[in-house]
Design a protein around this ligand. Structure first.
Ligand code: IPE
Ligand code: IPE
Ligand code: MG
Length: 237
């Protein structure tokens, strides 16, 4: 496993609802078990050599769901963030976020800011949680920032490079993910890391997210290690 492990793995943690439905449980229970699956995975990932993990927790489109479910997910996020603040205060995780946090409850925004500050110098796994995240929304906000600088006369349109756009995304300066995992068998990005995953390898498994194990993570990494990444060029023999 040691060689060629992706430094950054991004995960679309899908299938919590189906997991609960199969057991005739409320959807929120699926989300709770999903949070436990994330915990298990994070505790194992460090020893595999992964440096950054970005997880899709709540999308800009997920507000369309029933109020009860949205509330339930927000409650779990709040618990999760506080748990990381309390239990892992002496641990090694460095926690970050991507997404427009301004739409979240003010106390949750404060908890996230506190956790980021408290963990910023840690050297262990860098965990980025995508909350109220949409790839298009992130690009839109980056474009707005750059447009403002053009308007203010600080920047010429021709000076806008791919690099500059990357630097204005929420994820900066985290490197782009080499591997994107999606659970529950759906073959779509659902607006996740659109810019950053331009050349990522995708790994899709039928496993529902709450059932996802460390072994599944290892399988995903093995699959990645067998890929021929060409980046549009040709790997001459
Ligand atoms: C993913 O699980 C978690 C979130 C989107 C918050 P889902 O809730 O989408 O689960 P399914 O897709 O309905 O099974
Ligand atoms: C993507 O899953 C978002 C998260 C995992 C948070 P969805 O369940 O929202 O995506 P769709 O609706 O199947 O595209
Ligand atoms: Mg889903």
């Amino acid at each position: 496993m040691a060689n060629n492990v992706p430094k950054h793995i991004a995960i679309i943690m899908d299938g919590n609802g189906r997991w609960a439905k199969k057991r005739m449980l409320p959807r929120v229970m699926g989300h709770k078990m999903g949070a436990d699956a994330l915990d298990r995975m994070l505790n194992a990932a460090g020893s595999l050599g992964v440096e950054h993990i970005t997880v899709y927790a709540f999308s800009t489109e997920n507000w369309k769901r029933a109020e009860e479910e949205v509330k339930g997910i927000m409650g779990i996020l709040r618990e999760y963030i506080n748990k990381y603040f309390r239990e892992y205060i002496n641990s090694d995780f460095r926690v970050d976020s991507v997404g427009d946090l301004s739409r979240l409850a003010p106390d949750l925004q404060e908890d996230i800011a506190r956790l980021k500050e408290a963990s910023k110098d840690r050297k262990g796994i860098h965990l980025t949680i995508a909350m109220n995240y949409g790839g298009r929304d992130e690009i839109k906000r980056a474009v707005q920032k750059l447009a403002q600088r053009v308007k203010d006369g600080e920047l010429q349109p021709e000076d806008i490079t791919e690099e500059l756009i990357s630097q204005n995304l929420d994820s900066y300066p985290t490197p782009d993910p080499e591997l994107v995992i999606r659970t529950s068998g759906e073959f779509r990005t659902s607006n996740f890391l659109l810019w950053q995953s331009a050349y990522a390898e995708y790994y899709i498994t039928d496993k529902l997210w709450p059932d996802f194990t460390v072994e599944d993570l290892k399988d995903a990494i093995k699959s990645y290690q067998g890929r021929d990444r060409r980046f549009g060029g040709r790997n001459e023999e």
